[in-house]
Design a binder for this molecule. Structure first.
Ligand code: SF4
Length: 316
């Protein structure tokens, strides 16, 4: 990777003191680990829409589909101020060339999932989305988005970061004079990665590419992108990964000695029983790919969909 990936982030997660109480919610995983690969574009919608630090806390009230943003004690309605800001900001963010957004959970402005929405009796249901997060998602339906809280869950973290790196590769593809031949090569490199998420999407995308020569390029790339994002949104489970590992083994089964075969099968089996993380069978597979020079596999993004230093495949 020669350049960092541009990622929007709720400003308080970077340690900026923009919260209602003048504090922050610095997330070290975001700044210290992901910051090595990501170039962050901070946004604090509450401060940027003109509210002070410190300020009264706010909450969402009314209908979860179309809630209002009001201060918790004094009941001042900031909905118009915030929605006007959101309209301006999503346009401004188009110039930032973002490949993802990480939001602060639970916030009535920035929360992405299960934000509390209060009804007239003061009862809350976790059914809403922060107004700014909703505006970003609406304006960029294909953009990988996540909350910092969910990044503590290893499979969710892996899935999100894998999506970000793949989305960036796709954006790079689109900016480098894309054509039909380059799409065939992009698809070929991502086949196993797609297989780990959805064999159904892999098949649909294969057909799309095969028939693509006679399709208008813009239409072809747009359909391919939609399927790509949709496929990567489906979790790569242990069962799906085992299927891919067995599939990979098929490429050099005949070259492996009987001991090598037994060792690899044993590691795949232990991975399938959650005794070992995915990185273990994959390390041996990478060794065999180099040893037996299996060209087709050498370029597969599945083997390193994100930097190994992030250790995203080291969990069970
Ligand atoms: S959660 Fe969002 S609105 Fe609240 S302080 Fe953080 S960035 Fe600002």
């Amino acid at each position: 990777m020669d350049k960092k990936i541009r990622v929007g982030v709720s400003s308080c997660l970077l340690g900026n003191q923009v919260r209602y109480d003048g504090g922050h919610k610095h997330d070290r995983y975001i700044t210290d680990i992901l910051g090595v690969y990501f170039d962050f574009v901070p946004v604090c919608p509450e401060v940027e829409c003109g509210l002070a630090v410190p300020r009264e806390t706010m909450r969402l009230v009314g209908n979860a589909e179309n809630p209002r943003l009001v201060t918790s004690k004094t009941g001042i309605d900031h909905t118009s101020r915030m929605t006007d800001f959101c309209l301006r900001k999503v346009i401004e963010l188009e110039k930032e060339n973002l490949s993802a957004f990480i939001f602060k959970k639970d916030s009535p402005s920035s929360g992405l999932h299960r934000v509390k929405v209060y009804n007239n009796s003061g009862m809350a249901g976790k059914t809403g989305r922060g107004l700014f997060a909703a505006a970003v998602v609406k304006a960029n339906p294909l953009l990988p988005v996540e909350e910092e809280g969910r990044l503590n869950d290893a499979p969710l973290r892996e899935n999100f970061i894998e999506k970000v790196f793949c989305y960036q590769r796709w954006k790079d593809f689109l900016t480098q004079k894309p054509d039909y031949k380059k799409l065939i090569s992009f698809h070929a490199r991502h086949k196993l990665q797609l297989m780990a998420h959805s064999t159904k999407h892999l098949s649909v995308m294969g057909k799309l590419v095969a028939a693509g020569k006679n399709t208008e390029p813009a239409e072809l790339f747009s359909s391919y992108q939609e399927n790509l994002v949709e496929a990567l949104g489906l979790k790569a489970t242990v069962k799906k990964n085992v299927n891919v590992l067995q599939h990979i083994m098929g490429y050099f089964k005949k070259q492996l000695t009987s001991d090598e075969k037994t060792e690899l099968l044993s590691l795949i089996d232990k991975y399938s029983r959650l005794y070992l993380p995915l990185v273990v069978p994959l390390t041996l597979i990478n060794h065999y790919i180099r040893k037996y020079e299996v060209e087709y596999l050498q370029n597969q993004t599945y083997l390193e969909p994100h930097p190994a230093e992030l250790m995203l495949r080291n969990h069970v």
